[in-house]
Design a protein around this ligand. Sequence first.
Ligand SMILES: [Zn+2]
Length: 217
Amino acid sequence: MMTGQLVVVDDGQILFAGGHPTRSMLGPMPNPTTRLILWLAGGRVLYFNDQRKFGRLWLVDDAGLAADPFLARLGPEPLGPAFTSSAFRTQLRRHARAPVKVVLLDQTVVAGIGNIYADESLHLARVHPRRPAGGLSGAESRRLHAAVRVTLARAVESGGTSFAEYVNAARGGHGFLAQARAFRREGLPCVVCGTTMTRISVAGRGTTLCPRCQRSP
Ligand SMILES: [Zn+2]
């Protein structure tokens, strides 16, 4: 389960860094958030950093992988064929009372949606994160399903919230983070309507939204 960052260092140089972007991702490894160091063949070193200690690591063989209860419960990939609009609607109804953002973050509903992609998808779909999942109309549910796929497809296309993206964004570039609709846009104008973006907490997770485009429940 991945909630932090993976950084690969080759001969003292960062070769790849991906995951939740922070300034420390650019710095020397290991750092105080490093939880795991793997020395790979060929001299490369993989660091797993996780500020919040949500990450888990299991060492299993092939048979154990197939039988793993966590993996067995994982929902469909957001860009895969199993993540259909009607399957998503069924899940929203199953978790009818939960805030819709909490359902998006539930890895048994759809795999791989973290805090950043949830906020981006909800803003694109114009849905307030605290709306009870079961209260979304058919049109809103379809819009949110499409927004998740568009958001993830864009992220994959531009290399995700990776090290290069982080650098690009810091330099005002054109990567995924630089064109983010919600991520780190608290206090800035909404890209759609110009209203000042606000930040709230939804089930303990920092959440940026447009109070005009995403009306309260
Ligand atoms: Zn707006």
